[in-house]
Design a protein around this ligand. Sequence first.
Ligand code: LLP
Length: 463
Amino acid sequence: MSRSAHPAGPRHADVLPEGHYAAPPADLNVLDPKVWSQTVTRAADGAVSVGGIEVARLAEEFGTPAYFLDEADFRARCAAWRDAFGPDADVFYAGKAFLSRAVVRWLHEEGLNLDVCSGGELSTALSAGMPAERIAFHGNNKTEEEIERAVEAGVGRIVLDSFQEIVRVAHIADRLGKRQRVQIRVTVGVEAHTHEFIATAHEDQKFGIALAGGQAAEAVRRALKLDGLELIGIHSHIGSQIFDMAGFEVAARRVVGLLAEIRDEHGVELPEIDLGGGLGIAYTSDDDPREPHEIAKALNEIVTRECEAASLRTPRISVEPGRAIVGPTAFTLYTVGTVKPLDGLRTYVSVDGGMSDNIRTALYDAEYTVALVSRRSDAEPALVRVVGKHCESGDIVVKDAFLPADVAPGDLIAVPATGAYCRSMASNYNHALRPPVVAVRDGAARVIVRRETEEDLLRLDVG
Ligand code: LLP
């Protein structure tokens, strides 16, 4: 591995171009435990390990780019959420963040439930043995075939997202001679403080049925009349990567308000509410996420208080964290291919992946950090942009970060907190082969999703 220094690029805070980044950290060799998974450590010689295995060994065995998932950390996060909410609530892991059969088995073993939002996720869940009654089925436009499979399998709940779907699910359940447990997803009119594309509870977007104007109350009226449906509760998901509990507070208040209206109009107290997912994680050292026990305490208090005020029995609460469980558990490992210092600007470090394995930076302006993980370096910090190998200038993995100025081709660099929405949103752009996901635990590493091959690509191309 080359350790040669490259020509001088911009290095110190006093010569940094304008941009959105913090000053370089005091020591680039220190890995902030906030953004790296639990078992990541750096030895005195600078080599970084996860689950007791050095990244250089992992790169040799599995290649790069690759996602390495810290299984112990994943399980610990599941347990933290499960224990924080206790036996009187339900935690549904949101499979869209990342789903594989190994993950389904871990969830099952750790006592979590699973939220799926497509036939593909449903098949993955069922094929890995998740009991159907522990699955929630979501989506704003489920196909008839998906609904049929879900009802047939006996999923614990289908979350209804439109007036059409209320009728569609009821008919399918009737036809199959079943009564399907359902929730109605409502939009509570909260403007979540997050990127527009991942905010979901304001009115002008595609999800849910608005509380405003009595739409949600009308949906409840219709659902209660249909024999094929057992309406068990109301669902709200306000968006993603949220740190502030204020949005959840407003959502809970409005959902409980609807429960009170339902009680007054129909004489029924719905037994459940689901407050969705969306809890933020630390992508960089500037983020300060809340711990599951703080979140559980806050949500329980809000719901209990609102129910007492409305003289309602406190419903069973469920939540659907995806990112907060899997996000921090994985990093993407890349090999540096080229290093281009641009005088007075920054140094472009090109890696062997890019927007095909992490679209979040291009799509949401997401922030990430990066570290040199194959060796120690005491070179001064250089402002870098980590870019991929795709034919697009927006192909940016890490927009602004610092690496040692001697970063060079052949070095291994890693981007932490890529467990959520990176492999699951990966693409074959430029016919890139989607990287593998390797689970690492107690000195053993195993592929849980294998790397794609050119054969895989050609198999789909039927000529
Ligand atoms: N429940 C529902 C109904 C959802 O729609 C979502 C996410 C979740 C739970 C889980 O949210 P989480 O806890 O993971 O934030 N691709 C975007 C995120 C889209 C989230 C869609 N729904 C990203 O990369 O940030």
